[in-house]
Every structure is written in C-alpha cells, then in structure tokens.
Design a protein around this ligand. Structure first.
Ligand code: ADP
Ligand code: TPW
Ligand code: MG
Length: 580
C-alpha cells in the first residue's frame, strides 16, 4: 500500500498513514476493479493521478457523459461495475445521464463524484460547485450513498458494488465530498476497514414449481417462440442458452443487443420473419427481455391483437431476475424468477432427454417467410446506386463483420441504426452494443473506447452523422489511447435525411447539417486515419485497412441525403408524422 509517512514528536516512531484517495483506490483494487473512466478536476484530480500511479487504467475523457457511457457498457460486457469518476456539480450532472442510462438498461455502473463542502451546501451558502448531488442522483440510480469519513470508504464501495451487480443490475451513485480525500487515518487500521465483497452477484435459483409450470406451458405450445433480450446476453450463460434453443428446436428472435448470442444465420433464427412470428406464436418465452415499447408492450397489432392495446391471445413465460417485472404490460402465465444461468440450467434439467420439436408446419411457414425476405434483401443489397444508400454501404459492413466476427459493433442513429440492425448479421455473443432501452444518441464514442479497452478487440462503430456529433470529440480520446476503433459516419447530411428546408428560406432546417461535411478530417487533427468514401469499394478498402492496421480510423461514408425515413423504424411514435 502506498502510504504517507507522518512525523510525530521528535524521536517518536513514524506512523504510517493512509488518506482518503488511497483508501478509495485500495478498496476498488481489492475488489478486482482495475479501470476508471474519468474526467479530472477539483477534487478528484489526484485520485486519477494516484490510481494511475498505482497501476489502474485511468481513461480520461473530454466530456463526462462519454466517460459514463463507457463505464456503463464496461459493466454490461464484464459483469463488474464500470466506474465513472467526475468532479462536482457540472461534472456530476454531465455524468448523471449515463447513470440513469445504466439503471434503465440494467447495466452495473458506479458514478463516483467529488462534491463540495456539506456544511456550506446544506445551508446553501454558495460553495464552489455547490449542488446537493446525492438528492439529485437518488431517483435515477438503483442506489445512492455518501461517504463522510475515511474509515467508511471500504463499506461505501462494498455497498456500491453489491447494489450495482446483484439482482437486476443498475447504476449506483457514490458521493465523496472533497474533505474525505484529504482525511488521513492510520494505514493499518484503514486496511482493516476495507471489504473484499464475497459473491457480489449471488446466484438466484428459480423455484422448482415455477420451472415445472413454465415447461408445461411450453410443451403445450403449437407455435412456440423464444425472445432473447440483452439480459440474456449480459448473463453470460451462452452455452446453456444454446443448448436450450437447440434441444427444444424452438425458433428464436433476438432483441438488438442479444443479436449474436445465437448466430443470426442459425436455422432457428426468426429475425427475418419477425412480423410473422410475433402475432402467430401461441407461447412466447422471454429470456432477459422486457415487454416494453421495443416489444410493443406485448399487445396490439404486432402481437395479433385487433386494436392497438388488445392482447393477441398468446401465453407468456418470462425468465427474469426481477420478480416485479412479470405482468408489467400483459399477463405472464409462467414467471420464472432467478438469474438466467440458473433458470436455463433448471429448465434443461427438468426437460429430460426427449423434448418434442415444434411442428414442421410451424417451422416450415417461418422458413418460407424468412427465405422470401432474405432473398428480397439480397436483391436490394446487390444494387450499386450512386450516391450510396444505406443498403449498399451496409452490405460492405455486413461482409466485414462476417469476416471479423470477434469485432465489436457499436451502433447509433435512426436509419443508420435500424438498417444496420437488420442488415448486419452477428455471430457471437455481446458483440453488438447500441442505443439500448431509451434509444439515445451519444453512446457511440464512449462505448467504442470501453469496448476496445475491456475486450482488446477491434471496434467498428456505425454512426449516423447526427448521432456521431453527440460524442464526436472523443475521437481525440480514441487517438490518444491509440485504440483499434474504426468509425463509419453514415453521412446523409442530417437527422433522418438532409433534404428539409426552412419554409421561410432564412435558416437551415432543424434536421439539416452543413452539406457534404468532411467528418474524416476531424480524426486527422489528432493523428488518426481519415477516409472519404463515396462508393462501396472505397468503403470496403478503408474498413479492411483499418482492421488490418488497428489504427484509429474515421470513414466519412457519403450516403444519399434522400435515402432515410423520418425516425427510421419508429415513425409511428412521432406525433406529426403519425398525423400525416
Ligand atoms: P431488451 O432491450 O434486449 O429487450 P431489456 O433491457 O428490456 O432487454 O431486459 C433485460 C431484462 O433482463 C431485465 O428485465 C433484467 O431484469 C433482466 N436481467 C438482467 N440480467 C439478468 C440476469 N443475470 N438474470 C436474469 N435476468 C436478468
Ligand atoms: C440524446 C432524437 C433520434 S435519432 C436522431 C436523433 C437526434 C439522429 C438521427 O440522425 P442520424 O441518423 O444519427 O444522422 P440517420 O441515419 O437517420 O440520418 N437526443 C438524444 N437522443 C435521441 N434519441 C434524440 C435526441 C434522435
Ligand atoms: Mg443522418
């Protein structure tokens, strides 16, 4: 332990002391946390320096929101809480978005923010960066704590870790006033206050009767379907999930970030027949997926209901760690509450060796729709329009990802998101990370940094030009740490499209950017590789070279500005477009 020696009375023995900075670092390291996503300043500058000096990886960002998104996705990828470290008031608020995002997406993350002097904040006497951060964080976090005394740092960090990763994961806020860092206590006594958290995310075994109930319903199905969500990807129970799917022979539908948990090209994958299987299935087993807006709340026309809020008549089995999730939108006939690894194991064990496969009628009709849609898509992808459209550009990305199945695909935008999700097949678990439950713009560069750092793999970021703008300054971060990130900006001159005009002819329309912008030149300012690509051949060459060299690369892919649609695939949620 790095300690400060402090002289006592002349001639007395020196006493080893540890300050708050050191105890925070030691508490994190003791719990296997080796990376911090940060932005320095008062009062945490020395925490970033000393963490680095002590061998931790400290990734320093240009804006706290991006550090926070990085921490949140590190949590998703590793099952360990990602740590975001910020300064007080404005830094804290910049990081808060990511904390709320982590909670919403069920990603384990801890936001540690320095804060100002309690006595002054609480009397609102006007301190430097005064803000009651704990009160503000609380409703957006799964848990929120403040540590006031150096001897409580161990407990504070232990509680934060447990809260972030146990049960349904989420974002945790840890408030650390400036004074805490400067407090010194006896080093040996300090060491004793640190806690190495034993079994931070304990297994949660499902009740045997819930497993039995689920299997009875599943067995009775004529047209069963499995929906895999990002909770299933998070759980890292890949082999057992694969066994369950292959043993039952049930077709499956992956949610966006569950793509690749089973390969998208697997014969049981029903993605290309989504609009057929959702209303037709009579029993649906959800594994780590919520029946939220992304699944049309489990009702309405998507599910075969006659009216927009009408139940389609199917039965639902839901595997989830949160006992409160069931019945959130429609009746869940068989909730199975537990961690996905334990639940899937229990199902496999209780299924026995002879499980009846779904009828050839059901599988055949899915196969027929799938083949037709895949064939239609192949025709569209083969076209080579000038300028490029989303399809001709993404056809290249599709090939590059197929050739590099270990690469992590980061994806945000509207059309740039929706087309990538449907065109680019994924082959391995946790390789696709995107806008998540909120459909937020801004995750792109933070996710890219964290994905490269925690996995060591090549990152491919497919970004709408608007989406890229939310975190674009972090290309400097990517260059500074020399990370293998290949960014492709799908540049269609704006939000959704680049064709809107101001009816009064005064300003650019709100959805339109500078025409023919050269995003590639941004990365050149920091020593990265910039490429301007106007054809699929140029795009392919640039992506291949980026992956070969592992150099930070930004490709400005010129896309037809008329190619997109308003709001991409979610036009129905847009009030004015709906009216039209
Ligand atoms: P998607 O957006 O992919 O549909 P959601 O984020 O809506 O996925 O749902 C993920 C679900 O997975 C949440 O309800 C969460 O409680 C659950 N979950 C997360 N981790 C686990 C786990 N280890 N075991 C069981 N359920 C989990
Ligand atoms: C934090 C609203 C949804 S999609 C989008 C915005 C601004 C950008 C779409 O344009 P882009 O993609 O990225 O160029 P493309 O291919 O369709 O042209 N602020 C936040 N989150 C969201 N979702 C928005 C605004 C939005
Ligand atoms: Mg765009």
């Amino acid at each position: 332990m790095n300690t400060t020696a402090q002289a006592l009375a002349p001639g007395a023995q020196t006493q080893e002391m540890a300050d708050g900075f050191q105890l925070v670092i030691d508490a994190l390291k003791l719990n296997g946390i080796d990376t911090i996503y940060a932005l320095p300043g008062i009062p945490i500058t020395d925490l970033t320096r000393r963490a680095q000096a002590d061998g931790m990886r400290v990734l320093s960002f240009r804006h706290e929101q991006n550090a926070g998104y990085a921490a949140s996705i590190a949590g998703f990828l590793t099952q360990k809480p990602g740590i975001c470290l910020t300064v007080s008031a404005p830094g804290f608020l910049n990081g808060l978005n990511a904390l709320a995002h982590a909670t919403t997406n069920c990603f384990p993350m801890i936001l540690i923010s320095g804060s100002s002097e309690r006595e002054i904040v609480d009397l609102q006497q006007g301190d430097y960066e005064e803000l009651d951060q704990l009160a503000i964080a609380r409703p957006l976090a799964k848990a929120a704590y403040r540590v006031l005394h150096a001897e409580d740092i161990g407990v504070g960090i232990a509680r934060a870790i447990r809260a972030a990763v146990s049960g349904r994961p989420g974002g945790v806020y840890l408030d650390m006033p400036a004074k805490l860092f400067a407090q010194s206590i006896d080093a040996a006594a300090g060491r004793k206050t640190l806690i190495k958290v034993v079994d931070p995310a304990p297994k949660q075994i499902p009740a045997p009767e819930s497993v039995k109930r689920a299997l009875e319903i599943l067995k009775s199905a004529k047209r069963p379907l499995i929906v895999l969500g990002k909770g299933a990807a998070y759980a890292q129970a890949d082999a057992d999930i694969r066994s369950l799917i292959e043993k039952t022979g049930i077709p499956y539908l992956p949610m966006s970030m569950a793509k690749g948990l089973m390969p998208d090209v697997h014969e049981q994958c029903a993605s290309a027949a989504r609009s057929y299987v959702l209303p037709e299935a009579d029993v649906v087993m959800l594994i780590g997926a919520r029946l939220n807006w992304l699944l049309s709340h489990g009702k309405g026309k998507t599910w075969g209901g006659k009216a927009s809020k009408e139940w389609g008549g199917q039965k639902f089995i839901q595997i989830d760690i949160s006992p409160q999730e069931a019945d959130s939108n429609v009746r869940i006939d068989a909730p199975v509450v537990g961690d996905i690894g334990s639940c899937v194991k229990a199902l496999l064990e209780a299924m026995g060796s002879s499980w009846p496969k779904p009828s050839t009628e059901w599988m055949g009709s899915i196969f027929e729709r799938k083949s037709k849609n895949i064939e239609k898509m192949a025709e569209t992808l083969a076209k080579n329009p000038s300028p490029m459209n989303f399809h001709s550009a993404l056809n290249v990305v599709r090939d590059v990802v197929k050739a590099n199945p270990d690469a992590i695909l980061v994806n945000e935008g509207a059309n740039a998101l929706d087309f990538t999700r449907s065109i680019v097949d994924m082959y391995k678990p946790r390789k696709r990370i995107d806008v998540g439950t909120w459909g937020i713009m801004g995750i792109g560069m933070g996710y890219s940094v964290a994905a490269a750092v925690v996995t060591g793999q090549q990152v491919i970021a497919i970004e709408g030009d608007s989406a890229f703008g939310f975190s674009g300054m972090e290309v400097e971060t990517i260059c500074r740490y020399n990370l293998p990130v290949c960014i492709v900006v799908m540049n269609n001159n704006g939000v959704y499209k680049g064709t809107d005009v101001d009816p009064n002819g005064r300003d650019p329309a709100p959805t339109v950017f500078v025409k023919n912008a050269r995003y590639d030149r941004i990365i050149e300012a920091f020593g990265g590789v910039g490429v301007h690509a106007t054809t699929p051949a140029e795009l392919r060459k640039a992506m291949d070279e980026a992956i070969r060299s592992r150099k930070p690369t930004l490709i400005n892919a010129v896309i037809d500005e008329t190619a997109g649609t308003e709001s991409g695939r979610i036009t129905s949620l847009n009030p004015s477009a709906k009216k039209k």
